[in-house]
Ligand binder design. Sequence first.
Ligand code: URA
Length: 425
Amino acid sequence: MTDIIAKKKNGEKLSEQQIRDLIDGYVNGDIPDYQMSALLMAIYFNGMDEDEIYILTDAMKNSGEVIDLTDIKGNKVDKHSSGGVGDKLSLTACPVAAAAGVKIAKMSGRGLGFTGGTIDKLESVPGFRTDIPMDEFKANVNEIGLSIISQSEEIAKADKMIYALRDVTSTVDVPALIASSIMSKKLAMGSDAVLLDVKYGDGALMKTKEDAENLAKLMIMIGEKNGKRTDALISDMDQPLGNCVGNSLEIAEAIKTLKGNGPEDMFKSTVEMAGRMIYLGGIAETVAEGERIAEEMISSGRAFEKFREFIIRQGGDVNVIDDISLLPVAAVKREIKGKDVGIIDKSQIRHISALAVGTASQICGAGRTKKGEKVDPGAGILLNKKAGDTVEPDDAIALLYASDEDKAQEAIYKLTNCWDYIKIK
Ligand code: URA
């Protein structure tokens, strides 16, 4: 291991055998955290080339269970988002694509920080089961085209261990490590094609468009070398996606979007993402045709019906899907007016920091600060006004749902700093 660390410290390329030994040794406990930490930092400074990244991904994929989806008929398409505030596209794009005939067998995570992950959002529907057995998962995909379950501890074990170490050694923001981490899990899931949504902006891991594009290129290279159709969308995460941030709030907004009456940006992003999934799944010959089919799935009501079927299949309370007012709501509700954030004349909002809204939502109880913490399914923030909207001092610009009064106060304090506006005539 000391030779491997020294080689990378000197900017040299690691051999295939060295990379495979490194992953095996770390998973079986022969390589201690302090040596792996030193290597991660050397990779931070000197990077890895494409061959090294490809082998690292393969070794991490094979460090755990690899799912075989060959007995599911049809083209299986997976999607992955590098994460953002209010990003609920798995809840909308997957049912749209499944309604068009794409097969989606998806594992998702619980969130750490900001709001919960897709699994936390789905669990805000009473009764919804995210830990179903593999046979049931595959049967669901075969029969209705869609199933989403929580990330198994057995998938890409090395990634889980290395990610935990990266988190505490300031080595998360390393393109080679992010690309191999994400793709090792996607490849282990066994789909035929992968669509990546790489976000950039103040609420995302990648801060600039250029960094997001470079990360996307690396992941596409890994996917294609593995014989998977792989594509990426690059999207802006400067302000939250849609108007809702928080678990049940995001379910409600996803339902509205699937019924065709959600926010404009959610509709556009859903069609864009589902359109590409439909194209990657071989149902459309071009992305434009895929997008047209996606729009049709929404306008015909088939996308919402697919979502409903998916919720019922996994034990969720269908009454809540048919009447979103039955979704859980946090104990304390507060309205934030224009004047509360300093607006004293008619103004136009220029920017809302996604990072600040995400953090405020987490404070409300929608996200975790520690692994394993419970989230409040009904906590979060509803933004009535976003960039470009006109606001009067007495307009309610946001609604905040918090688990208790202290959390509400702290979140309001955080939120009041996140509005950027100019006075207009
Ligand atoms: N998401 C992942 O799964 N891995 C990373 O390294 C970063 C984001």
